[in-house]
Ligand binder design. Structure first.
Ligand SMILES: NC(=O)c1ccc[n+]([C@@H]2O[C@H](COP(=O)([O-])OP(=O)(O)OC[C@H]3O[C@@H](n4cnc5c(N)ncnc54)[C@H](OP(=O)(O)O)[C@@H]3O)[C@@H](O)[C@H]2O)c1
Length: 336
């Protein structure tokens, strides 16, 4: 396994992070435990969860993912072996237009998460969403208080614009405070159409602005939905006609058509499945990236962990990044 330092922290997680939004619900506890055990046995150590996972499932126990991970950490005695990340401050699912980013709301979520995860401290705490009417100064102060209180070690922002991240980190720097150490947002070679996003008004998709920002700032990106729900693997196996309506509506666009050809060519060249090219594209960027993997099965988990060994060349990355680099290849018409 390969590891990487998250700049401005003492955290040295594995090159991939295990996503867990279905743990304790669609992925039942014994299967979640098997995924977690195998992840650690193969040398990986970085786990991502959230206070809200997966409260949208009817009849689910509240914070089922955190509770499942907490139970596993307690039972296995593995707390010291993992870099543990969770998120809070997500709007209530019944009132998504109202933010929950006050000091009281964030503190309540964090205290709940510590209990659910059966731990005294979170290594990397994420603010799950943003609301632009909340001053960045307030957010930075709230999280520095939590660092001082010893409840979190570092914090990051999920689904934030680069403008807001810059403003928050400038305030932190000017006031000798800790700033955001990483950004978590949607980033996959499988460029999503609007239909792919569960909350398009509050999710942020990695684009050209983000690439420039992270290249300059060297701030880490810890992207989610990195396999685009397995889109390129399914397209490779089944062809466009074999896709279900959801995958077709979510990911069929000119950019992905162009990328599919490139991905298949590289998969052949390196003799690996297309899923490896999709992950290694993210790992091979010129700034620190730690893709979150959404493994449903042990086979998918092992496949993703093997992908970290492949580093693509910069010209291969450039060719996959944006068809405008080579306008003869494709037209970009992404329905966002
Ligand atoms: N911060 C946020 O707002 C946010 C939002 C979304 C997710 N997340 C985090 O990111 C994690 C992953 O998100 P996601 O589920 O959307 O990720 P994803 O990896 O894009 O999608 C997961 C699906 O991709 C397919 N897949 C996974 N590994 C594969 C492999 N090696 N080969 C072929 N297909 C593979 C599987 O599809 P099949 O099931 O069809 O086989 C799997 O269910 C979540 O668990 C959560 O921790 C964060």
């Amino acid at each position: 396994m390969r590891y990487v330092n998250i700049p401005h922290t003492e955290l040295n997680p594995s090159r991939v992070c295990l996503g867990s939004n279905r743990f304790g619900t669609l992925i039942k506890e014994p299967n979640a435990f098997a995924l977690l055990d195998t992840f650690l046995e193969m040398g990986a150590n970085f786990i991502d969860t959230a206070h809200i996972y997966a409260d949208w499932i009817k009849g689910a126990q509240k914070s089922a993912s955190e509770k499942t991970i907490g139970k596993w950490l307690k039972r296995s005695g593995n707390r010291d072996r993992v870099v543990l990340a969770t998120k809070g401050g997500h709007p209530s699912l019944s009132t998504t237009h109202l933010h929950r980013m006050s000091k009281d709301e964030i503190t309540r979520d964090l205290n709940d998460s510590l209990t659910n995860l059966q731990t005294e401290v979170i290594d990397l705490y994420w603010l799950h969403r943003d609301a632009t009417d909340v001053p960045v100064e307030d957010i930075i102060e709230i999280f520095n208080d939590q660092v001082q209180a010893g409840k979190i070690r570092y914090f990051g922002c999920s689904n934030w614009s680069v403008e807001r991240i810059s403003a928050a980190n400038s305030y932190a720097q000017n006031n000798d405070l800790q700033g955001f150490v990483a950004s978590q947002l949607w980033w996959s070679l499988a460029q999503p159409n609007r239909a792919a996003l569960t909350s398009p008004e509050s999710q942020v998709v990695f684009g050209i602005k983000e690439a420039e920002f992270h290249r300059k700032s060297e701030m880490a990106v810890i992207p989610y939905s990195t396999q685009g729900k397995g889109f390129f693997s399914k397209l490779d196996k089944l062809g466009e006609k074999g896709l279900n309506d959801t995958d077709r509506d979510s990911f069929i666009n000119d950019l992905n058509n162009h990328r599919s050809t490139q991905i298949k060519r590289l998969a052949k060249k390196y003799d690996v499945p297309v899923s490896h090219i999709v992950l290694s594209y993210l790992i091979s960027q010129p700034f620190v990236t730690i893709p979150i993997i959404g493994s449903r099965t042990l086979d998918q988990l092992k496949d993703s962990l093997f992908a970290v060994n492949l580093i693509l060349k910069s010209e291969e990355i450039a060719n996959l990044s944006d068809p405008s680099i080579n306008p003869k290849n494709a037209r970009q018409r992404v329905k966002l």
